[in-house]
Design a protein around this ligand. Structure first.
Ligand SMILES: [Ca+2]
Length: 191
């Protein structure tokens, strides 16, 4: 009788251990979030944090921020919007997106809102980025007027781009499709 009880306890404990081990394994597979650019001072960004690509006037903002003390204010001057390039904050000057799941950015849209946002990736050899091609990805989620919204893109949906080296992405280009003022903050990688 007692032997059976001990056996039951041992089997029970082993079962419990299996459950705990499984939970630990699942936890280690959880998605981690890496900051790629938060626009804060001295965050390892080499040279300029951002640059105009098409029809924008980008500048730091300190009044409307999602994190810390600074965001990027983007004036899109064309009635068809504008594009800004954002440099990855990294001592290497690039990030490896090849195993990433998603890339995201927080957007504060002061136009009428409800805008999809387009992203283009560019590598350290200047492959990718803006051009007349179709090498970009629209967000499925749309911005909201006068509030911070997290806009994300699934990296497995990103189109094949000739010569683009996903292991050395140095900047992302963000296209907003409507004229007006936007604030951008916290470019993040989920992997
Ligand atoms: Ca910030």
């Amino acid at each position: 009788m007692r032997e059976n009880l001990v056996k039951s306890i041992v089997v029970g404990l082993m079962f419990l251990c299996l459950i705990i081990l499984n939970a630990v394994a699942e936890q280690s597979e959880q998605i981690t979030t890496v900051s790629l650019q938060n626009f804060e001072p001295e965050n390892s960004t080499e040279d300029e944090y951002f640059l105009n690509i098409w029809e924008t006037e980008p500048d730091f903002a300190t009044d409307i921020v999602h994190s810390g003390s600074r965001s990027l204010m983007l004036e899109a001057n064309n009635e068809a919007g504008g594009t800004v390039g954002i440099r990855i904050a990294s001592e290497d000057g690039y990030v490896d997106l090849s195993k990433g799941k998603k890339i995201s950015i927080w957007v504060y849209d002061t136009t009428e809102g409800s805008n999809s946002i387009q992203i283009r990736l560019k590598d350290t050899e200047d492959n990718g980025g803006s051009g007349e091609d179709r090498n970009y990805l629209w967000s499925t989620k749309k911005t909201k007027k006068d509030t911070w919204t997290e806009i994300a893109w699934r990296l497995d949906k990103y189109p094949e781009v000739e010569d683009l080296n996903l292991t050395q992405i140095s900047s992302v280009e963000i296209y907003v499709p409507v004229e007006g003022t936007y604030y951008l903050d916290d470019v993040e990688l989920m992997e």
